[in-house]
Design a protein. Structure first.
Length: 276
């Protein structure tokens, strides 16, 4: 069993942080890798990228949005409760090197995935510029942590309630117009990654994206995470989850993400109706 030792609710209770005792995983994790979690014997296992690890304490931290039955079940777990299974680390680690100036763009819970990568980029000697975006101020997460690992820091909100009024691509274009950027890392909702990649392609800036939203099984066996990258079929959970953003077929990816929308909603609604 893997005990929860810290729990926080963010973004008006729609995003949950769990710090979990998992010493063997904490000692081996690298930025960009994920774990599989299962709450109980009857539960579904799902992949979540680690937002932070503490090898000395023997803990890993995951952050997830409550969006379906399984994450709703996870939300019921409190400090002292435990996940039945936590498996990992899985997936290919992010390639980290000193390339010069790196822009890290995060949106939604993608910021949790972005944090260890941003920190590693900074520790490698890069000048790190971070842009975080959200629909409104209440949905921003990890602002303080991201500021600490960034040389320059920008926030955008769709409604203008905090930071710059606009999209992350607006702030990114301004930076690309003014400075020589060597790499962009974008992690968040698929439409955001699509338009960040479309923009950086205009400036010929290498761009890394994480396709963890499509992952289900986490081992490549179910095939649900198939994506087309550079006209070749890849499996996000074993070949990624990170890929060259300029080579991803985002339109196909977004269609695949909608494949089980009705079933997911039905399962979530039925779970929410359960007593207790």
């Amino acid at each position: 069993m893997f005990k929860i030792i810290r729990r926080e609710e963010m973004a008006d209770g729609t995003v949950i942080l769990n710090e979990i005792e998992a010493p063997k995983i904490a000692g081996k994790e690298k930025p960009g890798q994920f774990v599989l979690l299962k709450a109980n014997e009857d539960g579904e296992r799902i992949p979540l990228t680690m937002a932070e690890t503490d090898p000395e304490k023997g803990t890993i931290t995951v952050i997830y949005m409550v969006i379906g039955k399984t994450t709703a079940l996870f939300k019921t777990l409190q400090v002292g409760d435990a996940f039945q299974d936590v498996i990992g680390p899985l997936g290919k680690a992010t390639h980290i090197e000193n390339v010069g100036k790196v822009v890290c763009v995060g949106g939604g819970t993608g910021t949790a995935v972005l944090h260890p990568i941003t920190r590693a980029m900074k520790n490698a000697g890069n000048h790190v510029i971070t842009i975080l975006g959200a629909r409104n101020k209440g949905l921003l997460i990890l602002e303080d942590l991201m500021r600490k690992v960034s040389d320059d820091f920008y926030i955008t909100t769709d409604d203008g309630s905090y930071g710059r009024h606009g999209l992350v691509t607006d702030a990114l274009r301004d930076i690309l117009d003014k400075e020589k950027i060597n790499q962009v890392v974008a992690i968040g909702p698929v439409p955001m990654m699509k338009f960040v990649s479309k923009l950086t392609k205009e400036y010929n800036v290498p761009t890394l994206v994480s396709l963890n939203p499509i992952m289900v099984d986490g081992t490549g066996m179910c095939g649900c995470c198939r994506v087309t990258v550079d006209d070749t079929t890849k499996f996000a959970c074993v070949d990624g989850p990170e890929f060259d953003g300029h080579k991803v077929d985002y339109d196909e990816l977004m269609l695949r993400l909608q494949a089980y929308t009705e079933e997911e909603k039905r399962c979530y609604d039925e779970f929410c109706k359960l007593p207790g």
